[in-house]
Design a binder for this molecule. Structure first.
Ligand code: 5GP
Length: 210
């Protein structure tokens, strides 16, 4: 079997619970590598540099772009967000499945660069739940909440480009769905053509009685 890791992109509207989902997935199934993005947004109260994000100034971020050190980057509600290359490449080469939790524009750029990437979109059960969760978080002022809701309306136009959706109603169910979707990618024929070829050759040899 092809042991190179799968590149998994998880997106979803702000407030849909992606962070909680990722946390639970990695607690339950420890073998995933979660990429840490760089951003120019200010840290939230409980966030740490290098854990949730690499918090950078605009100048520093633009330097990363100039040096070609990001797989993709996008601007989201006035801030830059981007995925550093090195970690993702190293982890995949070591056979670990890597998860990027990024927004839609970045996800589409990843798909261009890595056509085998699995694109998953996390949906709320309904719009009301999304708004309630976004407000309930209590970390953002009203104008930021509004900006994030209008961004969600925009993003909802592009979701058909993802491979699968997960409706995040019950956390444990969503975690299981996510896990099984990722696992199934390892068994795709297109990822295992070398193995198929090897079996084919071996069967031919047996058929000839050699
Ligand atoms: P937040 O400010 O809520 O942490 O993230 C805002 C949005 O940026 C979320 O949709 C999140 O998935 C996305 N995001 C986080 N990191 C990256 C990244 O490296 N690249 C892109 N394109 N989006 C990101």
């Amino acid at each position: 079997m092809n042991r190179r890791g799968i590149l998994v992109v998880v997106s979803g509207f702000s407030g849909v619970g992606k962070g909680t989902l990722m946390k639970r997935l990695t607690e339950k199934y420890g073998h995933y590598a979660l990429s840490v993005s760089a951003t120019t947004r200010a840290p939230r109260e409980n966030e740490e540099d290098g854990r949730e994000y690499f918090f950078r100034t605009r100048e520093q971020f633009e330097q990363l772009i100039a040096e070609g050190r990001l797989i993709e980057y996008a601007s989201y509600c006035g801030n830059y967000y981007g995925t550093p290359c090195d970690y993702v490449e190293d982890q995949m080469a070591q056979g670990r499945d890597v998860i990027l939790e990024i927004e839609l524009q970045g996800a589409l750029k990843v798909k261009e660069k890595y056509p085998d990437a699995l694109l998953l979109f996390v949906m709320p059960p309904d719009a009301q739940t999304l708004e309630t969760r976004l407000r309930g978080r209590g970390t953002e002022p009203e104008d930021v909440i509004r900006a994030r809701l209008s961004r969600a309306a925009e993003e909802s136009q592009g979701v058909e480009q993802y491979d699968y959706m997960i409706i995040n109603d019950d956390l444990e169910t969503s975690v299981e769905e996510l896990y099984h979707l990722i696992e199934s990618q390892h068994y795709k024929m297109s990822r295992n053509l070398e193995f198929v070829q090897q079996i084919r050759e071996e069967i031919k040899t047996f058929a000839k009685g050699e």
